[in-house]
Design a protein around this ligand. Structure first.
Ligand code: SF4
Ligand code: SF4
Length: 427
């Protein structure tokens, strides 16, 4: 690699450098407490997945370019150039990280390894080594936002098909999936596909909510890629729609990272404060049940059920009690996983890793702790709001031959509601 190119890559760290990053780089005591917190390290035993080791690669470049002692005696201070070898190591340890931030929770100095790795992702992208699949998915989403007229008719016709199912489920021929409804209270942002739209539409209909469906999906591959500009553009699609329609709130489907993008990151990326609030659909459903806007059968869930806190909804999103209250309202036998809430183990499926086949083998190994937790409860049903978590849990179930039904919470709620129509339509 040319000297000029190495300096340019090191410049990415310089650009991202702030007091927080410098502090993270300086204060790591190398105590390795974080190793027992990382599901990937615990599940694979592979040194490259040790959280402090992942961050160490960035630290080595920092020392080579920005630390006096490291600049003059690199061998003594483990200072390194971001050459191809280092970048390849960095790629594996960075894109495998699910950004669950469990290591940060247990680190005595709260070092946010996932955040340090966001700098690593920026460097990899600058070197042309960002993940190809995530990049393609992000670009496709941005293209859809740039030319919505190309997709609109196909999307709306698909929504009409789902609307017909909603009418069948609710038994109400006037039930609707509104699109582009100005002045609606809620803009609901689902995922691609009927599974995240149909149950939400039933719930909004039964609650008598004023809502409209976004033309865009909330999944954000720019966020997983580590490209803040692309991530912002993807979220802008529905945030601009919310502004245009004048809604009071944006409600994100059960997906974890999408909620965090909308709730936590988008204002910082865009530099603008939202004139509406952002909530997760489970916050809204919890409110509907508590306020009596929808009725649910408390014995609807038959058998022992547990709940998996997706990292981006729980530890990183702060929603712990809302999903539990909903599940408890439907089930007599709720058994929490141990540990849970802030200490919950990552299932291994976050951070976009399910879309990167090169990590498949390690991904399955890294779910070992989750399998152990589920087995310990004896539950045969697990509610898991995040779609990436569900994909991972399904593969873990098949791999470990677990007797386990994996379900989104919205489906359980619809199943528990006294509806006039046929619930078979939702299958
Ligand atoms: S727990 Fe924190 S201080 Fe200890 S090695 Fe890991 S990142 Fe460094
Ligand atoms: S954020 Fe999660 S996956 Fe990444 S290093 Fe920390 S514990 Fe491991």
């Amino acid at each position: 690699m040319e000297t000029q190119q190495l300096t340019t890559l090191a410049g990415v760290i310089d650009k991202k450098m702030n007091r927080q990053l410098k502090q993270y780089i300086d204060i790591c005591a190398r105590c390795a407490i974080c190793k027992d917190a990382c599901h990937q390290y615990v599940g694979t035993g592979d040194f490259k997945y040790l959280p402090a080791r992942r961050a160490e690669l960035i630290r080595q470049i920092y020392k080579k370019y920005f630390d006096k002692a490291g600049r003059f005696v690199p061998a003594l201070y483990e200072a390194r150039d971001p050459d191809e070898n280092l970048l390849e190591e960095l790629y594996e340890s960075t894109y495998a990280c699910t950004a669950c931030r469990r290591c940060m929770y247990f680190c005595p100095f709260s070092i946010d390894t996932a955040w340090i790795l966001s700098v690593a992702k920026a460097m990899l992208i600058a070197a042309g080594m960002g993940n190809e699949m995530l990049s393609q998915l992000a670009d496709a989403a941005i293209m859809k936002g740039d030319q919505p007229e190309l997709f609109r008719d196909v999307l709306v016709s698909g929504f009409k098909d789902i609307e017909a199912e909603v009418r069948e489920i609710t038994g109400d021929p006037s039930a609707e999936i509104p699109v582009d409804k100005e002045g609606a209270d809620i803009l609901y942002v689902g995922l691609a596909g009927a599974h995240s739209i149909r149950p939400a539409a039933v719930i909004f209909h039964e609650a008598g909510a004023s809502w409209t469906l976004s033309l865009f999906e909330s999944a954000n591959y720019g966020f997983f890629l580590g490209d803040a500009e692309k991530a912002r553009k993807i979220a802008d699609r529905y945030m601009d729609e919310a502004l245009r329609l004048g809604v009071k709130e944006v409600v994100i489907t059960e997906c974890g990272h999408a909620y965090r993008v909308a709730k936590i990151f988008h204002e910082a990326w865009s530099g603008k404060k939202h004139p509406f609030r952002v909530r997760h659909i489970l916050e809204v459903i919890d409110e509907y049940i508590t306020d009596g806007r929808i009725t649910v059968d408390p014995g609807s869930v038959k058998g022992a059920i547990t709940y998996h806190d997706p990292c981006q909804i729980g530890r990183n999103g702060g929603l712990f009690e809302e999903p539990r209250r909903i599940v408890r309202a439907l089930a007599a036998d709720f058994r929490d996983l141990t540990p849970n809430r802030e200490q919950q183990w990552c299932c291994g499926g976050g951070g976009g890793i399910v879309a990167m086949s090169e990590f498949d083998e390690d991904r399955i190994k890294s779910g070992a702790k989750k399998v152990e937790q589920i087995r310990a409860t004896g539950a045969t049903i697990i509610a898991a709001p995040c779609e990436n978590c569900r994909l991972q849990l399904e593969q873990l179930r098949d791999h470990h031959e677990l007797d386990l039904h994996i379900t989104p919470i919205m489906d359980l709620v619809v199943e528990a509601m006294p509806l006039a129509g046929t619930k078979a339509a939702q299958a």
